[in-house]
Structures are given as C-alpha cells and as structure tokens.
Design a protein around this ligand. Structure first.
Ligand code: ASC
Length: 151
C-alpha cells in the first residue's frame, strides 16, 4: 500500500512538473519545440489582436478562449532553451545563455502580463483586454529586441 501510494505520488508529481520539465532527445528537437510553441502562441495572440484592433468584431468568448491558449503556451518555451540549443536553425542570440537572469526576468514578465490578459478576458471588458494586450506586445518586443536575431 505504501509502495502504491508513493508510485501514485510520483506519477502525479511528474505530470504536474511536465510543462516546465519537457525533455528533449536532441538539441534540434528543443529548438523545433520552442519555435512551434511561439508559432501557436502568436496565432492565438493574433486572433485577439484582430479584435483589439477592430479588424474583427469583438467577441468576448473568442478572446477568452484564445487568451486561455496563450496562457498555456506562455509557460512552455522556457525549458527548451537548455544547454546546446544555441546552435542550429535558430535566431536565439547568445545573450539568452550569457544573461540568463535577464532572460528569465523577461520570460516571467511576459507570463505575468499574459495572466492579466486571461483575467481581463473573463470580465468581458474590451478596454481591459486592450490594456493587457498592449503590455504583452511590449514584453514580446522587449525580449525579441534583446534576445532574438533580427531577420
Ligand atoms: C506577435 C508576435 C510577436 C509579438 C510582437 C509584439 O503577435 O508574433 O513577435 O506579437 O510583434 O511586438
């Protein structure tokens, strides 16, 4: 019984830890993973952007659904910037690894701004959504300016 309890606990803990502990076979798998996450994240952020910018009529449910996806995605890329993932098909700059504290600060800031968007989206208040959306855009840009090679 004790063994079963500890096996169950281990299974639960490893499931909970999964998003921040994604493991990769090869560096290129990690690079592909983080780029894919960014692509999906940008797609769903963009759907909110279309409403924030008035290109598409505001629909609170669509904003909330997309904000929830962005919130999940925002947690995922960071574990894929491990050692050895600085070379290959990537625009990641060396500063990510030489200025890890600053990089983490940017990652944390982005996630907290995204959490605010998620909260705002549940109120149905478009002005609150606009404010949160703008703050996220700034945090994306700040990190890309410092840590992503220009195209
Ligand atoms: C996006 C996207 C980014 C950011 C950035 C915000 O939708 O793909 O890289 O927002 O443009 O300034």
């Amino acid at each position: 019984m004790k063994l079963l309890a500890s096996l169950t606990l281990a299974a639960v803990v490893s499931t909970l830890a999964l998003p921040v502990m994604a493991q990769f076979q090869k560096p290129e798998d990690a690079i592909k993973y983080r780029k894919s996450v960014m692509t999906v994240q940008a797609a769903h952020f963009g759907r909110i952007g279309a409403m924030v910018n008035g290109r598409v009529p505001y629909d609170a449910k669509v904003v909330a659904d997309n904000a929830a996806i962005v919130e999940t995605m925002s947690k995922l890329p960071w574990s894929a910037f491990g050692p050895g993932t600085d070379k290959g098909e990537t625009r990641a700059l060396p500063a990510i690894w030489t200025e890890q504290a600053k990089f983490k600060e940017g990652a944390d800031k982005m996630q907290s701004e995204v959490a605010k968007l998620s909260a705002a989206s549940k109120t149905g208040n478009l002005d609150a959504v606009k404010t949160a959306f703008g703050a996220i855009g700034q945090s994306c840009k700040a990190c890309h300016d410092d840590f992503q090679q220009k195209q």
